[in-house]
Design a protein around this ligand. Structure first.
Ligand SMILES: CCCCCCC/C=C/C(=O)SCCNC(=O)CCNC(=O)[C@H](O)C(C)(C)COP(=O)(O)OP(=O)(O)OC[C@H]1O[C@@H](n2cnc3c(N)ncnc32)[C@H](O)[C@@H]1OP(=O)(O)O
Ligand SMILES: Cc1cc2nc3c(=O)[nH]c(=O)nc-3n(C[C@H](O)[C@H](O)[C@H](O)COP(=O)(O)OP(=O)(O)OC[C@H]3O[C@@H](n4cnc5c(N)ncnc54)[C@H](O)[C@@H]3O)c2cc1C
Length: 664
């Protein structure tokens, strides 16, 4: 029935002010208002319809994406939207497109690695989309190992040009989004060669296609790399391949903020550390952490609403069956994901602050916080994307059979999201970077330089190696200090244990390789500590609205205690807690689940997602799932006719043949 809210009873149970929670989730009233306006603008415009996406063949799908992306750009200009509004609008269109890479990597690469002069020349063109750019780093043979890239940029002093060349098949650029069919330019990463000598990897702005007729320029071979995982999904993106045959570009198209090449072919290093060549990846990793909370909250919103609608077993005296959300097993799978979505939101907010802070420091030639920023962005990108990808798949299973339908929205959400575990750095490779940072920190303890920021707890290493958990009853696990100390002691002890094992190897690199699985576990423990501590810091803020802070305290408890329960092996093996204390944590966790239960629907309503953005029948706001599923089935092209195409050719002869066999 139109207009009936099938989740109304659930909404009546709410114990907090949902409108205020929407502000907390958005980050500020202003951000909430912008988001809300842009989401509605997209939802109400039929051009942005997306429910037919999974049915489209690749060429139609891609053309459809071009149409939407260019229409979005037209609307952005017509409505004179600010940068913030435009970026929100693009995200609510909810379709991976070349524009993601243009705005998300090409422009930031020029901003971060270009000199003032280079920015003045290229950014206005990019801002007006008179050129469209991609980020061409990965090659067929190397992605993780950036120093292993093979594309060369050889300086020719005769002509004052670089010659960009792909010397081998494996040096072909492979994967860059937007490259396959759209980009006119790319920031291309290549080995700099001056007078026969190599000088490491640098970025170069290279024009790839003609601005007149879009044909590849001489010496350039470019194409799409082909279909990817899932239907619809990331296939809206033209990930590309690219080869250079001695392509010449002017010297001033090397991005020269970090190092400059002079007219006579000499390299001049500025004060800026060489790792800034990797700066765009640091920037994007922090945006990926913010996006993780969005993807996870979408999946959780769908699974939570559907779990309240779905009933299975437990009817007594002809009464209604049990809502599946009331099963403790369903709660123990769903509520930690709900809590994780909130936790990632807050750690993403903090990481954005950290990134802004490090950027300001870099501008003032203070490079001291760069290693921590690298470790935090790498580690949190790895942690949050892994949990989110697994969480989307778990949400699908939480929806039973109907979760497997494309119309649940979950299969496509998973297929679009899961490469986040690989792009911008494979998650294991990134955790190993965190581990390196931790091992360096441990080795420097006692050197007189106290660790600061996210590793300041290491400054209390002696206390953290000896302390024992003081919890005596389940309720003691609600004390933030008890939880924080548990996570600090676990992380510190795992790092120290790795460092001790490492010290037994005469060759540290060999030791690092041998112990890498343990090192990743220590890095994960450290990153989980960051998320837990940032959630607690959030709770220190003034949070208005009836019951809002209370709900966040409950979610923070769920987040930290479910981790403690899941990783109790770590906490027990490092001797910080006893088996009895681990069991008390689990008792408290169950109690917290029952506090989440009446508020579950309101907690997902606070994400403020439109039905268009969710793209899920199971997650629709009014909970009117069954008629919508039934109607959607009839819209499938296979149901256009009662007798399927192919009946005469295949089914009829088959049945006839069986008849003949039966007669024999
Ligand atoms: C909004 C946009 C939409 C998103 C769409 C996403 C589209 C996807 C795009 C992409 O995937 S682009 C390609 C991304 N590629 C990667 O992420 C590659 C991953 N690999 C690396 O980042 C690096 O190669 C490495 C794994 C960090 C190793 O690099 P390298 O071998 O050069 O370094 P090390 O010898 O290990 O370390 C040296 C030193 O440098 C420090 N460091 C490393 N990276 C950074 C960094 N980014 N920033 C600051 N510092 C860094 C490292 O910690 C070492 O420090 P010390 O130990 O010497 O102090
Ligand atoms: C959808 C998508 C979009 C992308 N977009 C872009 C783009 O726009 N621009 C661009 O330049 N690139 C892009 N990429 C490429 C992406 O950045 C790389 O695929 C990524 O960095 C991983 O590198 P790889 O493919 O070389 O993986 P590999 O490093 O080959 O990983 C294979 C396996 O080896 C393991 N491994 C590798 N090294 C180590 C190690 N040192 N220790 C332990 N284990 C290790 C990994 O954990 C993994 O299990 C994109 C990729 C995808 C999937």
């Amino acid at each position: 029935m139109e207009g009936v809210d099938y989740l109304a009873d659930e909404r009546k149970k709410t114990e907090f002010d949902v409108e205020e929670m929407k502000i907390v989730w958005a980050g500020s009233r202003h951000t909430f208002e912008v988001s809300d306006r842009m989401a509605k603008l997209v939802a109400n415009d039929p051009v942005f319809r997306k429910d037919d996406r999974v049915m489209l063949a690749r060429k139609d799908l891609f053309k459809n994406t071009l149409r939407k992306a260019t229409y979005a750009w037209k609307r952005i200009n017509e409505l004179r939207l600010s940068e913030e509004e435009a970026s929100k609008l693009r995200s609510f269109v909810d379709e991976p497109a070349f524009t993601d890479l243009h705005w998300g990597m090409f422009v930031p690469a020029i901003k971060g690695q270009g000199t003032d002069e280079q920015q003045k020349k290229w950014l206005p063109l990019a801002y007006k989309m008179q050129i469209i750019g991609c980020y061409a780093q990965t090659e067929l043979g190397h992605g993780s190992n950036v120093q292993g890239l093979e594309t060369t940029a050889t300086f020719d002093p005769q002509t004052d040009e670089f010659v960009i060349h792909s010397p081998t098949l494996t040096s072909s650029k492979w994967w860059p989004g937007g490259l396959g069919k759209v980009s006119t330019h790319g920031v291309v990463y290549a080995r700099l060669i001056l007078d026969g000598q190599e000088h490491g990897i640098h970025g170069f702005i290279v024009q790839l296609r003609s601005l007149e007729d879009h044909r590849p320029l001489p010496g350039i071979t470019v194409a799409d790399i082909g279909m990817k995982f899932g239907s619809g999904a990331y296939n809206t993106m033209d990930n590309g391949l690219l080869r250079f045959d001695h392509v010449r570009i002017p010297r001033d198209q090397m991005l020269m903020r970090v190092s400059q090449v002079t007219r006579d072919g000499k390299i001049v290093q500025s004060d800026v550390p060489r790792q800034l060549v990797y700066g765009t990846m640091v920037y994007v990793r922090q945006t990926i952490v913010q996006d993780a909370s969005i993807a996870l909250s979408r999946a959780v919103c769908i699974a939570t609403r559907y779990s309240a609608v779905r009933r299975q077993f437990g009817s007594s005296n002809g009464g209604p069956e049990t809502q599946v959300i009331d099963y403790k097993t369903q709660q123990s799978r769903l509520f930690p994901l709900l809590a994780s979505a909130y936790a990632f939101r807050f750690v993403g907010e903090w990481l954005k602050w950290l990134y802004t802070d490090v950027t300001q420091r870099l501008q003032a030639n203070d490079f001291s916080t760069l290693p921590e920023a690298h470790a935090c962005t790498a580690g949190l990108k790895s942690l949050t994307t892994s949990v989110t990808a697994d969480g989307i798949e778990e949400s699908r299973k939480l929806c039973g059979g109907h979760g497997y339908l494309a119309s649940s929205g979950l299969p496509e959400l998973f297929a679009v999201y899961v490469p986040a575990c690989t792009y911008e750095g494979d998650n294991t490779v990134l955790m190993l970077q965190v581990a390196r940072f931790l091992m360096k920190t441990v080795s420097q303890l006692g050197s007189g330089k106290p660790p600061v920021g996210t590793i300041s707890y290491m400054g209390r290493i002696e206390q953290l190696m000896q302390c024992r958990c003081a919890v005596k009853k389940a309720g003691d696990w609600l004390n933030p200090n008890a939880v924080l100390e548990a996570f600090e002691a676990r992380a510190a002890r795992m790092s120290v244990s790795c460092a001790q094992k490492l010290s037994k190897f005469s060759n540290p690199e060999e030791g690092f390789a041998e112990l890498s699985a343990d090192l990743v576990e220590a890095a994960v423990a450290h990153c989980q500590l960051i998320v837990v501590s940032k959630f607690f810091e959030k709770l220190q803020q003034d949070i208005p609205g009836k019951g809002v802070k209370r709900q966040l305290e409950v979610l923070c408890g769920v987040y930290s205690l479910h981790l403690l329960h899941k990783h109790q092996g770590d906490f027990l093996a490092t001797s910080y807690i006893t088996p009895k204390q681990a069991s008390l944590a689990n008792d408290q966790l169950r109690e917290l689940y029952s506090q989440v239960r009446p508020n579950a629907i309101a907690l997902v309503d606070a994400f403020n997602y439109t039905d268009h953005y969710l793209g899920s029948i199971l997650g629709c706001y009014d909970g009117n799932v069954y008629p919508k599923l039934y109607e959607a089935a009839w819209r499938d092209p296979l149901n256009d006719s009662v007798i399927p195409d192919g009946y005469e050719q295949y089914i009829r002869p088959l049945l006839k043949q069986q008849l003949r066999v039966a007669k024999l």
